[in-house]
Design a protein around this ligand. Structure first.
Ligand SMILES: Cc1cc2nc3c(=O)[nH]c(=O)nc-3n(C[C@H](O)[C@H](O)[C@H](O)COP(=O)(O)OP(=O)(O)OC[C@H]3O[C@@H](n4cnc5c(N)ncnc54)[C@H](O)[C@@H]3O)c2cc1C
Length: 562
């Protein structure tokens, strides 16, 4: 087992008990902002294992550019931040959750500064708290704390520095959570409960039974379900699929946010051109140089991101463009160098100089608003299982996420889930970890045909992009349904024939998530927030002002309304 940190540790939850290398009080699946926030809090009370399927910083948190929203200036208020969040959420935000997040925001941001995060400061700043506040689309006030255009990287740096060397935290890289250890599946007596997870060790190819008293899913989003995405490769919706297979309700999966502007270049897999570029005067152009945004919305380039993404999608489909362009070349080069150093460096590495020429861009799947349904303590209905960050559906985002609210959500719910989990574990401190069987590979053998996996991967990502993307229709959704049924049947067969690899596990998960998105989008007979269906283009509050909650049917194993 590839373990960084201590290989075993004493469990404060059960004084005197020595936990084995494959046990912990708290198992955290995912090493982004939500997972690490949980880990730091929980580690004050017990042993924590953080498992992550790649190297530690890899995940959306590391790539977050624009910043984190929080009420910070005297001109701002909790009411204003809540109102902006609810306006974006198009009637589906949970007002109590929104109020809680905006209220706790400044405190969590102060924690991050105390931990060593260096946000960009005002020119005359007196200390690390005197920060420069940015403005983003949908926010009525300046409230975006940022670290130039690489905010996530800086926040992750501070979190990782705090986690590294923490005596109660171990990090297991290159370990993929496969499925949860749910008590009833193994005949564990007592109330139903999650006891950890099966983990695939990518180095050895073996699946380990990792037991824990509380488990957090912090696996991030599901952008890889789509052909074009701003998300890193790890964002294959694993946590949603894992929770769904364990019978946990999944909500609002039809609300996928598409970022209007991802760099379009054959070698740039998923590089985002931040919205602040449009905020700072960037102009969208067709390949012939003409502008188009003002024909779609009077706010032109400053319209909300879903309107801009739909406009670009329409232009591309109407004229057959491969991409459009985002132009900032009219700006002073020194200003661009200072404000967008990361974006400029990345564009230049592909031979594009934004100070002199427009940047080729396409919209791309960016943020998964729905996910594992939790309460305001990150708790799922399965005892011992928590979810936080992008994998969760907390009620904060509703039908559309307000820019820069997601890093905030990860901080707030990572900590809240830890506080609850600490209480949960503490109350049950006398419970023995149950004996659980090792992974049963059955008749599985090594796969010698990776083309089977890559074919299904490509197929899902392409039909999801074309049929269940920015603009949907009944006909497109029906086509997607036929295709996902075929692919799911093939995967179900291959999954049991082949020994698990991370590619196979991810394929099974993106297929499950695609199934959930198609089912959710087909159920919602209106257009709202990020879900736009040409056959029912109007919002219908009378019939559809509610969340779409799905569970796995125990007989058909397919999604059905909860
Ligand atoms: C390019 C980009 C820019 C963004 N900019 C902003 C911004 O400016 N402001 C903002 O608020 N939000 C932004 N977002 C969104 C925000 O970054 C994410 O929503 C947030 O960071 C998610 O944090 P997380 O902890 O939930 O997940 P992540 O940071 O994505 O971490 C997920 C972790 O789970 C691990 N994992 C996944 N599956 C498994 C498995 N099966 N087993 C083990 N480990 C697993 C991954 O390896 C990773 O460590 C941006 C997103 C992207 C992609």
């Amino acid at each position: 087992m590839q373990v960084r940190g201590r290989t075993s540790c004493r469990s404060p939850a059960r004084p005197g008990a020595e936990l084995s290398v494959a046990d912990a009080d708290f198992l955290v699946v995912g090493s982004g902002i939500a997972g690490l926030s949980f880990a730091l809090e929980a580690a004050r009370f017990g042993s924590v294992a953080v498992v992550t399927k790649d190297r530690v910083p890899e995940g959306s948190s590391h790539y977050a550019q624009g910043g984190i929203a929080s009420v910070w200036s005297p001109d701002d208020s909790f009411a204003a931040h809540a109102a902006d969040t609810e306006e974006a959420g198009a009637g589906l935000c949970d007002p109590e959750t929104v109020a809680l997040v905006v209220r706790e925001g400044p405190e969590r941001v102060r924690d991050m500064i105390a931990l060593g995060t260096r946000f960009s400061l005002r020119p005359d700043a007196e200390d690390a708290y005197d920060v420069d506040l940015g403005l983003e689309g949908g926010h009525s006030r300046r409230r975006i704390l940022h670290a130039l255009d690489a905010t996530g990287r800086e926040m992750m740096r501070a979190l990782l520095a705090a986690v590294a060397g923490h005596p109660s935290i171990r990090i297991l890289e290159q370990h993929v959570a496969v499925d949860l250890l749910v008590g009833s599946k193994f005949g564990v007596p007592g109330p139903e409960r999650c006891w950890g997870a099966y983990l695939l060790d990518r180095a050895t190819g073996t699946v380990e039974t990792f037991r824990a008293r509380a488990t957090l899913l912090a696996t991030g989003g599901a952008g890889k379900v789509y052909l074009y995405t701003s998300n890193p490769d790890v964002a294959s919706g694993d946590g949603v699929a894992i929770a769904y297979r364990a019978g946990v309700p999944i909500g609002n999966m039809e609300f996928i946010q598409f970022h209007p502007t991802c760099l379009y270049h054959p070698l740039a897999k998923s590089f985002l051109i931040s919205e602040t570029v449009r905020g700072e005067g960037g102009i969208l152009r067709r390949p012939d140089g003409s502008t188009f945004m003002s024909t779609y919305d009077p706010r032109a380039e400053l319209a909300p991101r879903d309107i801009v993404a739909r406009a670009i999608d329409h232009e591309m489909k109407l004229h057959g463009f491969d991409n459009v362009f985002l132009d900032v070349s009219h700006h002073d080069a020194t200003f661009l160098e200072e404000r967008f150093p990361t974006i400029l460096a990345r564009c230049r590495s592909y031979g594009i100089d934004p100070t002199r020429e427009p940047i080729p861009v396409v919209p791309a799947a960016h943020y998964t608003c729905g996910g594992v349904v939790t309460d305001r303590d990150g708790r799922t209905p399965l005892d011992g299982l928590y979810a936080a960050g992008e994998v969760a559906m907390t009620g904060l985002h509703g039908a559309n996420r307000l820019a820069s609210n997601s890093l905030l959500e990860g901080l707030v719910f990572g900590r809240r889930a830890a506080l609850h989990a600490v209480g949960f574990v503490g109350e049950r401190r006398t419970d023995e970890l149950p004996e659980l069987p090792p992974w049963n590979p059955g008749r599985a053998r090594d796969t010698d045909e990776s083309v089977l996996i890559s074919q299904n991967w490509d197929e899902i990502r392409r039909f999801m992009w074309n049929y269940v993307g920015i603009v949907r229709s009944d006909h497109r959704l029906q086509r997607a349904r036929v295709r996902i049924d075929l692919v799911l049947a093939e995967i179900e067969r291959d999954y049991w024939d082949f020994l698990p690899t991370s590619d196979l596990l991810e394929l099974r998960n993106i297929a499950t998530v695609a199934d959930l998105i198609i089912a959710s989008a087909s159920l919602r007979r209106e257009s709202r927030g990020l879900h736009f269906n040409l056959d029912c283009p109007a919002r219908d509050d009378a019939r559809w002002k509610h969340d779409t909650i799905l569970v796995r049917d125990s007989v058909t194993h397919r999604p059905r309304p909860a």
